[in-house]
Design a protein around this ligand. Sequence first.
Ligand code: AMP
Length: 511
Amino acid sequence: MPEPTNNNLIAHFVANIDQPEKPSIYTKDDEVISYGGLFSIASKYANAFVSLGVRPGDRIAVQIEKSPDALCLYLGCLMCGGVYLPLNNAYTPVEVSYFLSDAEPHIFISDPKDEALLADVCTKASVVHQLTLDQKGKGSLANITNEQAGEFDIIHRESGDLAAILYTSGTTGRSKGAMLTHGNLLSNTQALLDIWKITANDILLHALPIFHTHGLFVATSTSLLSGGAMVFLPKFDADELIRQLPRCTTLMGVPTFYSRLLSKPEFDRDLVVNMRLFISGSAPLSADTHNEFSKRTGHAILERYGMTETNMNTSNPYDGERRAGTVGFPLPGVELKITNPETAKELPKGETGIIEVRGPNVFAGYWRNAEKTAEELRVDGFFITGDMARIDEDGYISIVGRSKDLIISGGLNIYPAEVETVLDAMPEIAESAIIGVPDPDFGESVVAIIARREGKNISQAEIISEARQLLAKFKVPKRVIFIDALPRNTMGKIQKNQMREEYKDLFQQID
Ligand code: AMP
């Protein structure tokens, strides 16, 4: 099929539809939405937005539950040239207020139950229309949408035009709005289709949220551009995934999906006979989970690495060894180098430094924040990811942590991932997080936060003495704190900031 001349991402999805009756979405309740049906509903949203005065470049912000209608709203927003701004459902009105004041959307859509709560926030941010949509597709926006025609001429967009603003999860400082263009999203989707061999025959089990790059772009874009189908679940629920897996061929998940599936004895080989590919990302997948998964199912999980600002950067190979604890190789078209954080010089293989990436996947900068853009996006186009990593002899990339998580104790660098790997291998430990805590003597000292396996016991002294056998003394935790479970956000990322804050006075208090 010829490539459309319109660079609007949605024009590329639509251009691939050769059978409008082909299923695009299966819902949890076994409803089927065809490709024709999906784009007819999306067109109604696009017409509704135009009738509400949306012009190309205007922002449409949403804080709504995941549903097929929410997906059509997103498609409709891009079809009419709007810039989509999805917000995590967990954000409080105070947080929403910051995002709306920063982005000044023309329209804000929330669940009807939050309408009154967010009215003042909308007024303060000069939102022109505050509307609602619930998980069943009902609300004041639906009332307008239902009146609209189911056809729409997709607005012409250039590759560099904005498609979305996604606020970074803000684990370090205030959230910034990453500006993603139609060209960013299309090029990355094409690269992923190619390397993961996604086709119209695939059925993706979609259980990720759609306010984040993983569920919104990686998952839905690859499915829609390939002409495949999605089983579109409102949220992750291990039992529901087990029910749906037999009819699916691919799953994209965060590591927690895989550890939770493994905790179910009924999750076995028979359940995944139709599965072709399990993909993991957004947080590190432990080698334990990778290995246990292989043993249980016969499938090697394919781990990839990306971020809001860059879309996907690297992936383990489809054919070839998917190496546990690594994120594989750069995607086609993505240039990646490891640099010295102080000198910005490229480092040789085997040395640890910061990952920098350049390519059509890299975002256009932070919304209305030239200062932060200049700090993180070099003039030559390389983006400083803030992830520390090294490349091994075979070219596989291993992430060892965020640069902001790097601990410097007595002038020596400690990469948390190295210590965490040693601790996680102890049979009594379920999971661990290593943080640096201010120490009057050393600048920072290593502290281990540990969740023990159920029914298992291990003391601070035992952990320290075992770790001493394997790690240089300066890397061994000075203190061990036991908690029930590590704090995580919805994407499975461990909240080290929160722990650093909680334990910041540890050495001041005791010593
Ligand atoms: P976000 O912008 O919310 O998608 O977060 C991006 C960050 O998640 C990256 O900068 C990494 O620190 C982390 N991340 C994503 N994928 C992986 C992975 N496979 N392994 C380790 N960290 C990852």
